[in-house]
Write a protein that binds this ligand. Sequence first.
Ligand SMILES: [Zn+2]
Ligand SMILES: [Zn+2]
Length: 479
Amino acid sequence: MKLPSERGGWWHAYVCPAHGVELDHVDLLSGEFPAGGAPCSYGCRIDTPAVRGAWTVLAHQACAAELLSQARAGEDVTADLESYARLYASAAAEVDPGVQSWMLRGTLFHQALTESIWAVTIARAAWPARTPAIAELLRRLTDAAAEARDKLVAEGKFTSNYVAWLTAAGYLCSRDPEWLEGEHGLYNHLLAATSEDGWQWEASTYYHSFVLRAAVLATEGLTVPDKVADRMQAMGRVLDNLRFGDHLAALHDGPYRRPGYTAELVELGSPRPAPNGVTVCATYAVLRTDELLAIVDFGPHGGSHGHRDKLSLYLYGRDAWQPDPGQVPYGHTGWRRYYASTAAHPTFRIDDQEQAECTGRLIEATDRSVTVACDDAYPGVTATRRVTIAGGELTDELVVECTDPRKITAQLRPGVPLVVNGMTTDWGSLRGEHVGPPEFLVRPGPGPADDPQRVVQQVDWSAYDATRATFSSTYRTEV
Ligand SMILES: [Zn+2]
Ligand SMILES: [Zn+2]
């Protein structure tokens, strides 16, 4: 392994500008940016300052992970940690001009958040510090975490997911329990940033798991207060309930799947089977049988990580039939806008316009059905969705009412090859029958965000110049 000699940039720039896919993770332990550029799975080679900076972030993170693994295997990692101490000191001596103005700035990386993630791994490899130089590195990292955390607290952003990682880094670099137990420590952060049902307030699978992972790593081997332990368990149950087989619903902002994410999830512990039936949280309703998993989005928007997907119906089973498509890295603005949009989601749309950022409401939940509504996605429009499960069958009734005649569309957004035959849909291992407005508009569109170039058939099912439309669908799993 050779450490990169440069400081890191912003990892979200590691995306192909042509294809929107995350670039391949190559040569991360070589110390050298790939000759000819970072490869895209479609054959592009990208070499720009931003992509170099992003690759360097991934390389530093991979080197930190390798150092931790070596340290845990009893190997002496002193020399590499001292190299990092020197690199950090030199990075602190001059400001990186590439840092974007909105970022909470780091020293070795553009973002303090990125630095704290790296620091969590480094601290675990380095503790207890073996030499004065390593002790100095940990002290600097602690001070940097304190400065960034205090800035967020002063801005009223104590529930920001950054705080989870900054406090985890602060604790692991200093082992000062104040980082966990203090007023602005990790424990109070967790309790403030999640609701009693366990969901992190941004209602994104990725950022939820991100915060939980910071907490799990920071408290490894510790006994945490009962209230915090209960909340962490509730956070774990949230993730368990978003899984079906190999599928994990990628709700709101975050990757559909990406290298390393699966390994990160493994650090959270073994998934436990979630109970069948209906679970309603502040953010989503989850309906589960042995054959399928349905998730209906009706809760708060979720801040900057929310998507305009209110009343979306996500469906998983043997295949990811109709998944939340997830999101591409920040570095591709066009695809990011698409995947955050109403157009990308299996929900309702009025006059081909985007939903407002809004919150829906729960009308009723039983042990096999849920009814939710949304009044604020469009002015003068109320939509109600009722979803019922029974074994391998799911019925969905979406009713949209408008004060004036509008184009009302129900969207099917498959993650699998879809074959449409009249008003029936074949999703491979799922079949749908649809009753309502008499025609479909079927056309190719992008599938999940891990590869925006993968084309699937999308269905826009519309009523025109209508003040009311009812879209009824029955889905059955194919044995
Ligand atoms: Zn490409
Ligand atoms: Zn989404």
